[in-house]
Design a protein around this ligand. Structure first.
Ligand SMILES: [Zn+2]
Length: 439
């Protein structure tokens, strides 16, 4: 009896909650007008002043001069003392990764010590963190042993159960035997791996099909794994998949209308990534001049994730310490070359590898340090990243017809790009998530 009452009340609660979410999401006729003191629209070369952004339902209806009349029934949000931008896009995150601090057990503890419920709770936290910092879209490039958990978190966000950014997910990722963690355990033990391991084109294509079938928006492939500095002082990286193996993955993904992101540091593995037809190079620590030319010719995207390589260096005179310093040394030069060659650069942090308590805006100053203007760095996190995601005109832009993902900052990010670390206003799909800038 009690059980039945409980069940019925739960059912009523559940239904009213779902109904409330549907109702709030479907306010298609309600008008909100945002007064923007300064507007950086994500596409244009220059900022504009005193603009009104009309938001109806989940989309931007129009962007007009402040002299335009505001209808009496509109809700007004006054950001006239702030700079308004499109919601930011981080094109390289791991919501299921909880840092790699050796003192907390390093990468391995993510998989060996945390059950799936704990990992899902942490991913939920990560999504909220991203949204409150103004990142309204993430390309989340694999779950690090948490299977298809990213598909579930994405569903929870879409149905309104938890707050979070729009997610483009890669599910499990693909590497080869000897090409991913966990490793270093007794050879007799079968330890889980942080990615799906394949050997040969048949297994490679099957893995891509499985991941696409189970909800992958992107396929993530590891084209290099271990890296070290050799006797000559050069950075070397162990290649993983062959060109043949990568080609079938790219072929399969493209057939589904999806793209392939390739983790590749340098050398042979990076070359195979380009020859295999990768859509985006992740990290790309050391890119040679011919490789830059090949990327330009093929239209390959570059997501450098600089900040991640300036964190937590090992002690200076150890092999790992030398490797960490060499990586940072060559990385900046690669970004400078890419900027000169007009390679399409997108914003990515590698959050998750970096703890989610850390600021996501930390990549902006590195991009500016290595040759992007503040406006180019903003476009890398808005309209360029939207184009990478095949969401041009929908995301990463403040213009009529786009989804109303908007953020506000008090200062001028064109003067100091670090201002993007203090996002005080966040709207996603026409709903205000955070507003500390106006009443
Ligand atoms: Zn990563």
């Amino acid at each position: 009896m009690h059980k039945i009452v409980l069940f019925v009340s739960l059912l009523v609660l559940t239904c009213s909650r779902v109904f409330a979410q549907t109702a709030s999401a479907n306010h298609a006729s309600a008008l909100t007008v945002i007064k923007a003191g300064t507007l950086i629209d994500g596409v244009g070369e220059t900022q504009r002043h005193n603009q009104l952004i009309f938001v109806r339902g989940e989309r931007i209806e129009k962007v007009v001069a402040a002299s335009t009349a505001i209808p009496a029934d509109a809700k007004v949000i006054d950001l006239s003392g702030a700079t308004v931008l499109p919601g930011l896009i981080d094109a390289h995150t791991h919501i299921f990764l909880w840092g790699e601090d050796p003192a907390k057990g390093g990468y391995d503890a993510n998989i060996l010590r945390a059950g799936i419920a704990l990992r899902a709770a942490r991913a939920t936290f990560a999504c909220r963190r991203a949204l409150e910092q103004g990142f309204t879209t993430l390309r989340d490039v694999e779950t690090e042993g948490a299977g298809y958990g990213d598909v579930g978190i994405k569903q929870a966000i879409e149905e309104g159960t938890i707050p979070g950014p729009r997610l483009f997910v890669a599910t499990r990722a693909i590497s080869t035997t000897g090409g991913y963690n966990l490793e270093g355990y007794a050879p007799e033990l079968r330890v889980p791996k942080g990615a799906q391991i394949v050997d040969g084109p048949v297994e490679a294509r099957k893995a891509a099909r499985e991941q696409l079938d189970r909800g992958a928006d992107w396929i993530k492939v590891y084209m290099t794994h271990r890296s070290w500095v050799n006797k000559q002082g050069n950075l070397l990286s162990q290649p993983t998949l062959t060109v043949e193996e990568l080609k079938v993955i790219v072929d399969e993904a493209h057939g589904w209308g999806k793209k392939v992101a390739c983790h590749a540091y340098n050398g042979i593995g990076l070359q195979r990534a380009l020859d295999g037809g990768c859509d985006s190079i992740e990290h790309g620590l050391e890119i040679s001049d011919p490789q830059i030319a090949q990327m330009a010719k093929q239209g390959t995207w570059y997501c450098p994730t600089l900040a991640a390589y300036y964190h937590d260096w090992e002690p200076e005179n150890t092999p790992a310490g030398k490797r960490d310093r060499k990586r940072a040394e060559v990385h900046g030069e690669s970004v400078q070359k890419a900027v000169k060659a007009g390679i399409k650069i997108v914003y990515g942090t590698d959050m998750g590898g970096i703890e989610w308590s850390q600021p996501m805006a930390q990549e902006f100053p590195y991009l500016v340090q290595f040759g992007l203007t503040p406006m180019q760095a903003i476009r890398a996190a808005t309209s360029s990243a939207a184009e990478l995601l095949d969401e041009k005109g929908e995301l990463g832009v403040v213009a009529a017809g786009a989804l109303a993902d908007l953020i506000g900052v008090k200062g001028d990010p064109l003067k100091d790009v670090k201002e993007l670390g203090s996002v005080g206003f966040v709207m996603k799909g026409g709903s205000v998530f955070k507003n500390q800038l106006s009443n």
